[in-house]
Design a protein around this ligand. Structure first.
Ligand SMILES: Cc1cc2nc3c(=O)[nH]c(=O)nc-3n(C[C@H](O)[C@H](O)[C@H](O)COP(=O)(O)O)c2cc1C
Length: 233
């Protein structure tokens, strides 16, 4: 089992980082998973230019930064864990740019991957960010198998609170079990993603704009990545 963990906090050892490190440790030591761990704040990831060249060619026009390396690792991963602090009722700017650069939604880059959302916050609106992340996962083809919302004071180690450590352990346990047993999407996720997002929205849109989305259609036809989406054309 291979899992990619993405820390969207600007502080690699902040509350979000401490929780993600524990998730990674537990998945690796207790469950034997291979972990790819990324601190977005330590990587060079330029802003998305919004050019949509990737829709036509299947490749981003920015080739000189660290993004494609992470994208390749995500492709081979069974699961993805994304963590973010709440910044102004939203994900961090690092994470938002990562989400844009990955063209995850149009490319269905998380198709059938097991996803885990982690959000920390101090006062209010962490729940909105958890919802944003879950929707991002599901609209990108993923299935949500773990989720942790943690309210914590600034610069405290949330793991010092026994309740939080216990919730984390429980979530990691179910998350790993869902990957090990290859538990797929829930009925709700299947209807939301496969039926509505892919078939009703993208498929129709691609048919109207085949040239503009040439690269994406081709990526769906690549059977090693998107075997079940290859019927799209
Ligand atoms: C720019 C900024 C905006 C923030 N906005 C919110 C917010 O809207 N709601 C909230 O509860 N906490 C907010 N916080 C607090 C952080 O979400 C909280 O301290 C978080 O646990 C920090 O995670 P970290 O230690 O990984 O950086 C904000 C912090 C910063 C720096």
């Amino acid at each position: 089992v291979e899992i990619s963990i993405i820390n969207g906090s600007p502080r690699k050892n902040g509350a979000t980082g401490k929780l993600l490190q524990e998730i990674g440790r537990s998945l690796s030591v207790e469950y034997g998973a291979t972990i790819n761990y990324y601190n977005l704040s330590e990587m060079r990831i330029d802003y998305c230019k919004g050019c949509e060249v990737c829709y036509q060619t299947g490749k981003c026009c920015i080739k000189t930064d660290d993004f494609e390396g992470i994208a390749d690792k995500i492709k081979t991963s069974d699961g993805v864990v994304i963590g973010s602090p709440t910044h102004g009722s939203n994900v961090s700017a690092y994470l938002k740019n990562f989400m844009d650069r990955g063209h995850f939604i149009v490319e269905q880059s998380l198709y059938n991957k097991s996803c885990f959302s982690l959000v920390t916050y101090e006062i209010a609106d962490g729940r909105s960010v958890i919802k944003l992340l879950k929707k991002f996962f599901r609209v990108s083809g993923g299935t949500v198998k773990g989720s942790l919302l943690v309210k914590t004071a600034f610069n405290q180690n949330p793991l010092n609170e026994r309740q939080i450590a216990k919730r984390l352990n429980n979530q990691v346990k179910t998350y790993h079990a869902s990957i090990a047993t290859r538990k797929g999407k829930s009925l709700f996720e299947h209807i939301f993603n496969d039926v509505i997002v892919v078939n009703l929205i993208w498929k129709r849109y691609f048919k109207k704009h085949p040239e503009q989305y040439k690269g994406i259609i081709k990526s769906y036809q690549d059977k090693t990545i998107h075997a079940r989406l290859s019927r799209l054309q």
